[in-house]
Ligand binder design. Structure first.
Ligand code: GLU
Length: 337
């Protein structure tokens, strides 16, 4: 574990501001226009219904922390949130149980293995290691308050709705399609139980996880949800405090390290912002203190990340100044060595 000694030290923030509304709007439309003709990638079909998605769909949205909204293309087209749900349920779990308990139960380090790996669990005595892989996400879902599966599910649905600022609903067709082909996730649930790392009936927990993945969102919703994490937990559109600022910081740290499957390090190196993707083609990227981008386009690269969404968010990261690691020399400082 990393040694820390931060008790009583007030959290200060390290952020700037986006350019004005008109400039952001122009850049969002430019990012969309620039990448809409890209035809690369393949639509996921291991969940059968996802294979029917129209590969031409492409939506992009940015929401800033003052509540300014920018939508381009198919930004209001609904799709199932899939893996992107993991980061918001994780935030709700930390809000409920605190930083240490969730860190100990779920972990924060990368497994270095695919998102649905059984081997990763076996190698770590059943410890899920990371909330952005399926085993860790199932363990996180189990932490939701509620004495019945229905109560836990309702907590997730209302919690994610508060992030989105509107009532999110289940896509029944996606839910049933995944529930019928879900043996691998059920296996992960059973394995977690066998190691004593999952409380309750593992099939029931996996069923809630399957439902959370089938919640319908749009690229616009993802931008509002991300902007809530960029704004210290306050939804900048509704004004509701959904989670605490500390929860946002913890969530974004994990997402930065592991949000884009096995390409997470490469993404941070090239683009430099915490982002999470899902197999239906969504990506949400969050710039703390500034705002968030949501993108959706079904064709994926070989790691499972939407191609157009990565391209558009990469453009915005550079053009809007979202890269967490970018700086320029302070003017007036002598440069002689
Ligand atoms: N529901 C999907 C699964 O568990 C989510 C996968 C993803 O988006 O990465 O396989």
């Amino acid at each position: 574990m990393i040694p820390t000694d931060l008790v009583g030290v007030v959290q200060q923030v390290s952020t700037g501001a986006l350019p004005g509304w008109d400039r952001v709007d122009e850049l969002v439309h430019e990012a969309h226009h620039r990448h809409m003709a890209d035809q690369s990638g393949t639509v996921a079909d291991y969940i059968p219904i996802l294979g029917a998605a129209d590969p031409a769909l492409f939506g992009l949205a940015v929401v800033d922390v003052t509540g300014g909204v920018h939508d381009a293309g198919d930004a209001l087209h609904p799709f199932s949130i899939q893996s992107i749900s993991k980061m918001f349920v994780y935030a709700l779990a930390i809000q409920e149980h605190g930083h240490e308990r969730v860190r100990d139960i779920v972990g924060v380090n990368n497994t270095g293995l695919p998102f649905n790996s059984v081997v990763a669990l076996e190698l770590n005595a059943g410890h899920p290691m990371n909330p952005m892989v399926n085993a860790g996400a199932i363990a996180t879902t189990a932490l939701m308050p509620g004495t019945t599966p229905e109560e836990k599910w309702e907590r997730i649905r209302t919690g994610l709705s508060a992030f989105a600022g509107r009532e999110l609903t289940l896509d029944d067709e996606v839910y049933h399609s995944e529930a019928e082909t879900n043996q691998r996730n059920e296996g992960l649930g059973s394995l977690l139980s066998s190691y004593g790392r999952l409380e309750g009936d593992s099939d029931a927990i996996v069923d809630i996880y399957t439902r959370q993945c089938a919640l319908n969102v749009t690229a616009h919703d993802l931008a509002v949800m991300g902007a809530t994490l960029a704004d210290g937990g306050v939804n900048p559109v509704t004004g509701e405090q959904v989670v605490s600022a500390d929860v946002c910081r913890d969530t974004l740290a994990v997402v930065a390290a592991s949000g884009l499957y096995e390409r997470s390090g490469e993404w941070l190196f090239e683009i430099g912002i915490p982002a999470k993707s899902g197999v239906s083609g969504g990506i949400v990227a969050v710039s703390p203190g500034k705002g968030a981008a949501g993108a959706f386009s079904p064709p994926l690269d070989s790691a499972g990340n939407s191609v157009r969404s990565q391209l558009a968010i990469g453009y915005l990261s550079r053009a809007l100044g979202l890269n967490l690691f970018a700086s320029a020399p302070r003017s007036g400082v002598a440069t002689e060595g």
